[in-house]
Write a protein that binds this ligand. Structure first.
Ligand code: DGY
Length: 435
């Protein structure tokens, strides 16, 4: 165990804790983000379970009356971030939280499996299960929202209507969708590029697209039906859907431990059956040898390899045979000796950029999913390399938000990009060091 590094990681989490929730990092992300909160809770669970529990409780307290959980909860006024609460206007939706301002979009549904991880990490199983009993129905309600509102063709696969919902915000995958849109040139003041170098962040034109999708949703008060009908961005994302399927599985396991709840377990099993079948039929690309995104608005597959392509390993979605093929593809394209695993986008593509946000750099949360996903299928050596690479990048550079995938760049401690003292890099390192 790397004691010094572990202690530093604990300090990062303690400094980003704000009484009842955590921020991803100061200045750049000064509020509570949904999937960040989930990963952060897993880190806290190893040394401060009450904070882990509070983190999730606060997030779920911001749930809307229709089961929706927003991607950012604006707990405080803070003008270091754009676009803030006055741009997003969650109050436009009739069922939005009356207590918290938020965005009107969501992020990958990680909370189900986070709760199961917290239970597994806990040394007080009874106490842990009692806590889970107080929150689990909210997570089930959230899954109900997804399947009833975001699956217009009843496939067991849900859509996202904004690139910020994917978590992989400016992935080159979205370039194909931007090519179908022509948003106005908005006038606004970016804040992100006052905190980090513009070469590491999305472009102005990309932000025009991001804002435009939100403007369309706002015109219709964030109505799910209208968004499904009108949003120029409507995508079935393999990472997002894998998180939902893994969380379904965890809810089944947790409800089984709690006892009773036969109706909910039965419903979850139905979602699982249909979801996994459609996932393999629709999102697996034989020729590429991995999972891809599907553009539901324009009814066409988006045939690109990214770290999201391998996330289904985490949710036990591929067969062993498919998994073996995926790992070959991953090692061939992403796993060269000169590369850290795992770049966020295909390093052999001309859209690859190892410095720019989600267009190439390595992210610790995707590595964490891969670490466990590879273990699921018995690829222990590669799984351990993912862990070793993650530790090495953090040791050499600090707890950055993302890292250059090219090993040759990691010589002077400046190959970490975006926000520093970044919570989920610390939290998931703590978890990997414990495993
Ligand atoms: C940002 O502002 O880039 C956020 O990641 C959106 O979630």
């Amino acid at each position: 165990m790397k004691e010094e590094l572990y202690k530093k990681a604990v300090t990062v989490l303690e400094n980003n804790w704000k009484d009842s929730f955590s921020i991803p990092c100061a200045n750049l992300y000064p509020f509570q983000w949904k999937w960040d909160s989930g990963f952060i809770a897993i880190g806290f669970a190893h040394f401060d379970m009450p904070k882990a529990q509070k983190e999730i409780e606060t997030l779920l307290d911001a749930q809307w009356e229709n089961g929706f959980i927003p991607h950012i909860i604006f707990h405080t006024d803070n003008d270091s971030y754009f676009p803030g609460p006055n741009f997003h206007r969650s109050d436009l939706h009739p069922l939005s939280s009356k207590k918290y301002k938020s965005t009107g979009m969501t992020q990958p549904p990680v909370i189900g499996f986070v709760l199961e991880d917290m239970y597994k990490i806990s040394k007080e199983k009874n106490e842990s299960l009692k806590y889970i009993e107080t929150v689990i129905d909210k997570v089930f309600f959230n899954h109900q929202y997804f399947y009833s509102k975001r699956d217009p063709q009843n496939e067991g696969l849900v859509y996202i209507y904004h690139n910020w919902e994917s978590g992989t915000d400016n992935s080159p995958i979205w370039d194909d969708i931007w090519a179908t849109m022509n948003p106005p040139e908005y006038t606004f003041e970016r804040r992100d590029t006052t905190h980090v170098d513009a070469s590491e962040r999305p472009s102005k034109r990309e932000y025009d697209h991001y804002l435009h999708i939100i403007e369309i949703a706002k015109e219709h008060n964030y109505s799910d039906e209208k968004i499904a009908e009108l949003s120029p961005f409507l995508v079935q994302d393999p990472l997002f859907n894998a998180m939902l399927i893994k969380s379904n599985e965890s809810l089944i396991n947790l409800y089984t431990l709690i006892g009773g709840n036969a109706d909910k377990i039965e419903q979850l099993e139905k979602w699982q059956q249909k979801g996994k079948a459609s996932f393999n039929a629709k999102l697996y690309d034989e020729e590429i040898g991995a999972y891809i995104h599907y553009d539901l608005r324009n009814e066409k597959p988006l045939r690109f390899l990214s770290s999201s392509s391998f996330a289904p390993l985490f949710a036990n979605i591929p067969s062993q045979e498919k998994a073996a093929k995926m790992v070959d593809v991953m090692m061939d394209k992403f796993g060269g000796e000169d590369q850290y695993l795992c770049a966020s986008f295909d390093p052999t593509s001309d859209r690859f950029n190892p410095k720019k946000y989600w267009r190439g750099p390595v992210w610790i949360n995707l590595n964490w999913l891969l670490f466990y996903g590879l273990k699921n299928y018995g690829f222990n050596d590669i799984s351990n390399r993912v862990k070793k690479d993650s530790i090495e990048m953090i040791e050499k550079n600090g707890f950055f938000e993302y890292f250059d995938s090219r090993k040759e760049i990691h010589t002077d401690g400046k190959a970490g990009y975006g926000g520093n003292h970044f919570s989920w890099s610390a939290a998931l390192l703590i978890d990997m060091l414990n495993n």
